[in-house]
Design a protein around this ligand. Structure first.
Ligand code: ZN
Length: 428
């Protein structure tokens, strides 16, 4: 054997093995690193944020870490925003069954987010406070990003090598026809402020209360059809990573998603958040609280910030993710993941708890053998629980004997949110 041949073979084999090894590590084991930046300009002092890098799925196990980020844009005071920042994450985590592996935990997360949002709203309202808040809540576990939102604080994803997508839905009566119809069907009135002479001004609002949003946490002085049930979207990034921009309406009223993403490409997260706020103020001035968190999800062996994505895909993908239809969305997601872009794992925006809490009979049974309320997690005696499906006359699969179950309090809240009893009236 000539010396040259041996060297060639050597050169062929080693890099291949190294390549496979590297691929396996980055796909299966290595987590991306997460870096974030925060910037804000305050006018009313009602925007709050949360950034927690060190949450654990399994207490005491450092390898089960995940991150949580959120923006709370309060109105009529800041108590709802502060209360939600302090309690929502715990309520969500407590709604996930114990002892789940990572994949099952991520799968249980969308339902737990719904339970946690509703529980936080119920608890806050019981304190008799009238303020309210939007919530955009983001959980990042490895390459999987889960976003739950009520109101109009938005989260966008600028995926590396992919393009731009919006991971939230704006719950504004002015723009969201579906929500307008839901509120009206549940007994709310939608209209503008009218001044003398019948002239209508301002955005569409919901009456009683006059809120421009159709979903929020708090707001006990508006109708209960202003619900805390979040829109939830879960996506898995390709291992090229990406950037999240989470911001309150002070940003989005001033600049588009495309402008926000474009304005900060190439900058590290800390500078990027400042740049987005600066861009918004430049175009509109400081009209409202303006808050921005930029989160970079960075592949393990790469410390560079996301590079600009190819321009051609950018427009296309922002349209794809705005699509409502489940069928077309899942078909497209498959196509996208096949070419190594973002995979959509879950999307649901229904305001009906029966749609959101699932229907497995095992859900809600605690280890003690008792049933627990799917929303507030209190233990229920066998005779106490009311199925989330009971009495839902519009449901085609009514299974009143199957779980998950609700306590009487949460059942009353569910009925009020669906307009089945006048809001604010307690059923004894
Ligand atoms: Zn309950």
């Amino acid at each position: 054997m000539a010396l040259g041949e041996g060297r060639d073979r050597h050169r062929e084999l080693i890099p291949l093995a190294a390549l496979i090894g590297r691929e396996m590590r980055s796909e299966k084991m290595e987590k991306p690193s997460v870096r974030y930046g925060y910037a804000a300009q305050s006018r009313k002092g009602e925007d709050y944020f949360l950034a927690k890098m060190d949450c654990l799925r399994v207490p005491g196990n450092g390898s089960s870490s995940f991150c949580a980020f959120a923006i709370f844009d309060g109105h009529n005071g800041s108590k709802a925003a502060i209360y939600t920042r302090e309690n929502l994450l715990n309520h969500v985590l407590n709604a996930i069954p114990r002892g789940l592996g990572r994949e099952d935990w991520l799968q249980a997360l969308p339902r737990a987010l719904v339970a946690g949002f509703v529980k936080t709203d119920k608890e806050f309202q019981s304190r008799g406070e009238t303020s309210g808040t939007t919530v955009t809540f983001v959980i990042i576990d490895g390459w999987t990003v889960t976003v739950a939102s009520v109101g109009d604080s938005r989260c966008i994803l600028d995926s590396r090598g992919g393009g731009l997508s919006i991971l939230t839905v704006d719950h504004r009566l002015e723009e969201n026809v579906e929500e307008r119809e839901r509120v009206t069907a549940s007994g709310g009135e939608v209209g503008r402020l009218s001044i003398v002479g019948g002239v209508e001004i301002g955005p569409l609002r919901c009456w009683p209360g006059g809120l421009c949003l159709s979903r929020s946490i708090g707001d006990m002085d508006v109708g209960e059809f202003i619900v805390p049930v979040p829109y939830v979207k879960q996506v898995k990034l390709s291992n090229a990573g990406g950037r999240l921009i989470i911001a309150s309406d002070g940003i989005w009223d001033a600049i588009s998603s495309e402008m926000a993403a474009k304005s900060c490409r190439g900058l590290p997260a800390e500078l990027a958040s400042k740049q987005v706020v600066k861009e918004a103020l430049r175009s509109r001035g400081l009209k409202d609280d303006t808050t921005c968190i930029v989160v970079d999800i960075i592949p393990p062996d790469n410390s560079l910030p996301p590079s600009p994505p190819p321009k051609k895909q950018s427009k296309l993908r922002s349209l794809i993710f705005r699509k409502r239809s489940h069928d077309s969305a899942s078909k497209l997601a498959k196509k996208l993941s096949a070419v190594g872009i973002v995979e959509e794992l879950f999307e649901e925006g229904s305001a009906m708890l029966a749609d959101r809490l699932g229907n497995e009979s095992s859900v809600g049974q605690s280890t003690s053998g008792l049933f627990t309320c799917a929303v507030c997690q209190v233990d229920l005696a066998p005779s106490e629980g009311i199925s989330v499906h009971a009495g839902s006359i519009f449901s085609t699969s009514t299974k009143p004997w199957e779980g998950p179950f609700l306590c009487i309090d949460c059942r009353n809240k569910k009925d009020a949110m669906e307009g089945k009893r006048p809001s604010g009236v307690k059923v004894v």
